[in-house]
Every structure is written in structure tokens, then in C-alpha cells.
Ligand binder design. Structure first.
Ligand code: ITT
Length: 197
């Protein structure tokens, strides 16, 4: 069956499509241009993921829809950028702008290691109602200089625990084994296999 991923982020679609596999046919919003995503007015990943999944599934009756709200928390920045990860450098910020802001904020602090984590909330919805919510986290350290060009967003600054390289250097296969999104998707896959025909 089709699983419509209600996101404007092609990297998220690529990762989830690579991870989920049969029987699901993961599709982005390209084939459904009438679907517009709501403003992310929530203050938690879960609230924003529910907003996106429920709005898109209202516009796509009878279709299973997932949404992902995710971001980076840095302990030394009191959890920032958090739910504002996509808008850290401003409303129209690019990933590169956001990385530049993060490096600038970390550079103002006394030299230290900077523990943090990526979080992902996934929501599955049908006909405007959330059916299931899962969460995933990956712990690691922020680096002050970018390393590698793989992945997207903050990947080139984030070194997952147990590895000596950032997600910008590690292969997509490695990222997809241990990422916040992989962990949330594992839980969603299990629920779908037990609850959907
Ligand atoms: P949609 O809301 O349309 O899904 P978005 O990119 O705006 O797309 P979010 O609002 O969930 O998504 O913001 C997530 C931000 O957190 C994203 O812009 C990245 O900068 C960062 N992020 C999330 N997952 C990431 C990952 O796996 N690697 C690197 N950065 C990630």
C-alpha cells in the first residue's frame, strides 16, 4: 500500500523510503500538490508531527499518511535549537545558515565537549486522525567544525556516540541503523505490521 510522507524535506523521504521496505510504497507530496503543510505552531516535536500528519491526511482521504518532526538538542545551549531546528537562523534559513548559527553559538562557550541528541517523532494518520505516535533519539557530540558532506541539516556537525566521525562522513547505511529517525521508524513499522492489514 501507499504511505504518503507529509514532508517538504526530500532527505527525510529518501531515508524513510530506504529504511521501510515492503509492503509499503513510500511517496512524497510530489504527486499530491494540493496538500499544503500547516504552520508548525506546536512547542513539542509530537505536537508539530501531529499537526502535519492530521492536516495532510484530511486532504488525502483514505490514504495512510506519516509526518516527521525532528531536531537537534544541545545540552550546553539548554536544549536549543530543539523544535526550532529548521528555523534556527531565521524563518527562511537554509541548512547551511542553521549550521553557521550553531557553530557561532558553540564558539561563544568555553571550550568543552558538547553532548546533544537528535530527536524524531513520527505520526501515522488516516482521515485526519492520528493512529499512532513513535519517538526515536540518538545521542552524540556536536563538533565545532563540519566534517563530511553526506546527509543533511546538522549531520556534518553531529558525531553519534560510539563513532569517531559525523553523520556527514558515516555512510547512509550506518546512519539508517542508528539514527533518531531509524529508531522511531522501527517502532512504527512494528505497530503497522501488527495493526494494519
Ligand atoms: P517538514 O517539516 O516539511 O517535514 P523540515 O525540514 O522543516 O521538513 P522539521 O520541521 O522537522 O523538518 O525540522 C527538522 C530540522 O532538524 C531539519 O531542518 C534539520 O535541520 C534537522 N534535522 C532533523 N533530522 C535530521 C537529520 O537526520 N540529520 C540532520 N539534521 C536533521
Amino acid at each position: 500500500p501507499a504511505l504518503i510522507f507529509a514532508t517538504s524535506n526530500a532527505h527525510k523521504v529518501q531515508e524513510v523510503a530506504a529504511m521501510l521496505g515492503a509492503p509499503w510504497d513510500v511517496q512524497g507530496l510530489r504527486a499530491h500538490p494540493h496538500v499544503t503543510l500547516p504552520e508548525e505552531t506546536g512547542t513539542t516535536f509530537e505536537a508539530n508531527a501531529i499537526l502535519k500528519a492530521e492536516a495532510a491526511s484530511t486532504a488525502l482521504p483514505g490514504l495512510y499518511v506519516i509526518a516527521d518532526d525532528s531536531g537537534l538538542e544541545v545540552d550546553a545551549l539548554h536544549g536549543e535549537p530543539g523544535v526550532y531546528s529548521a528555523r534556527y537562523a531565521g524563518p527562511d534559513a537554509t541548512d547551511a545558515d542553521n549550521r553557521t548559527r550553531l557553530k557561532a553559538e558553540l564558539s561563544k562557550l568555553p571550550p568543552a565537549t558538547f553532548p546533544g541528541r537528535f530527536r524524531c517523532c513520527l505520526v501515522l494518520a488516516l482521515d485526519g486522525k492520528a493512529l499512532h505516535v513513535t519517538h526515536g533519539t540518538v545521542e552524540g557530540q556536536l563538533r565545532l567544525t563540519e566534517q563530511g558532506s553526506g546527509g543533511f541539516g546538522y549531520d556534518s556537525l553531529f558525531q553519534p556516540d560510539g563513532f569517531a566521525d559525523t553523520f556527514g562522513v558515516l555512510s547512509p547505511e550506518v546512519k539508517n541503523q542508528l539514527s533518531h529517525r531509524a529508531r522511531a521508524l522501527d517502532l512504527m513499522r512494528t505497530w503497522m505490521s501488527q495493526n494494519l492489514s
